[in-house]
Design a protein around this ligand. Structure first.
Ligand SMILES: NC(=O)C1=CN([C@@H]2O[C@H](COP(=O)(O)OP(=O)(O)OC[C@H]3O[C@@H](n4cnc5c(N)ncnc54)[C@H](O)[C@@H]3O)[C@@H](O)[C@H]2O)C=CC1
Ligand SMILES: O=C(O)C1=N[C@H](C(=O)O)C[C@H](O)C1
Length: 248
């Protein structure tokens, strides 16, 4: 039985994830954490991580970047492995995650779907082969998403930089009066309706265009991916893990 704490339990992803955990016989939902109250849930809830009395095998976090200190302090104090799916962290917060991973196992991915992680591999291969092509990333999400660009778009841009180190991110180009340079990747965020999540990477060359695209069709794929990450993580020693580690 894998005992799980969910941070962000009342959010859109938290609701899908807690339902998923409650429906599996080999998983136990120890408690959920969220600053807002929710009635009629079938599990114990707390408003802050540090109020939790129970022990768990792993924490899964789909919340907001501002809860990081609370989550890390609880995970470090109780030596509990932590799966971080939340996006929107600044560099200072990313450094804190990396530092904490020297003491406990941390799995961190801005996208828990299998498909996006295959897309990242394909994009790296295309960036390597398509010399001189202009690369642009377009991400589309629902109108409730609070961070932009998406964590996945940033992850894709970072993976392109591994292949093309001179590349710089250019967010939106609003107000710019200069033509595109060859060393930039444009990143564009669309928000509307109930779009679950789309990432489209465009390679535009002379007289030809290649597009590599992923469309999430439900939030279940992210919830199930985070549970797979949790199962993987509880068997690891302290360290920083991502989808590549799990899939290889
Ligand atoms: N890695 C992945 O595969 C995925 C990551 N995400 C990320 O997970 C996070 C949560 O997504 P959703 O459930 O759609 O968001 P949501 O807004 O519906 O839920 C956020 C949850 O965090 C809690 N929270 C705590 N402190 C907060 C604060 N200061 N401001 C706002 N909320 C606060 C809310 O109470 C709520 O329970 C986002 O960062 C999102 O980008 C979402 C889907 C997939
Ligand atoms: O907020 C969301 O919904 C999503 N967020 C993640 C991101 O920022 O990349 C992953 C997914 O696309 C859904």
């Amino acid at each position: 039985m894998l005992k799980i704490i969910v941070n962000g339990c009342n959010g859109k992803m938290g609701s899908v994830l807690t339902k998923c955990i409650l429906s599996e016989d080999d998983l136990e939902l120890v408690c959920g954490v969220s600053p807002d109250d929710k009635i009629n849930v079938k599990y114990k809830t707390y408003q802050k991580m540090n109020y939790i009395n129970e022990n768990a095998d792993v924490i899964i976090d789909f919340s907001h970047h501002s809860t990081l200190d609370d989550v890390l302090s609880f995970a470090l104090k109780t030596k509990t492995p932590l799966v971080i799916a939340t996006t929107g962290y600044n560099q200072d917060e990313l450094n804190k995650i990396y530092d904490a991973s020297k003491k406990i196992p941390i799995f961190h991915s801005s996208n828990m779907s299998l498909g996006v992680n295959v897309l990242v591999k394909l994009v790296k291969e295309a960036a390597n082969m398509l010399d001189g092509f202009d690369i642009e990333i377009i991400e589309k999400h629902h109108n409730k998403k609070v961070d932009a660009p998406s964590g996945t778009a940033v992850m894709i841009a970072n993976s392109i930089k591994e292949i093309l180190p001179k590349i710089e991110n250019n967010y939106g180009r609003y107000g710019r009066e200069a033509k595109r340079t060859e060393n930039e990747v444009g990143i564009h965020a669309i928000r509307g309706g109930t779009i679950v999540g789309e990432h489209n990477v465009i390679f535009a060359g002379h007289d030809e265009v290649i597009e590599i695209k992923h469309s999430a069709q439900s939030k279940d794929i992210f919830a199930k991916g985070s549970i797979a990450a949790a199962k993987y993580l509880v068997n690891q020693i302290e360290g920083y893990y991502n989808m590549n580690n799990m899939l290889s």
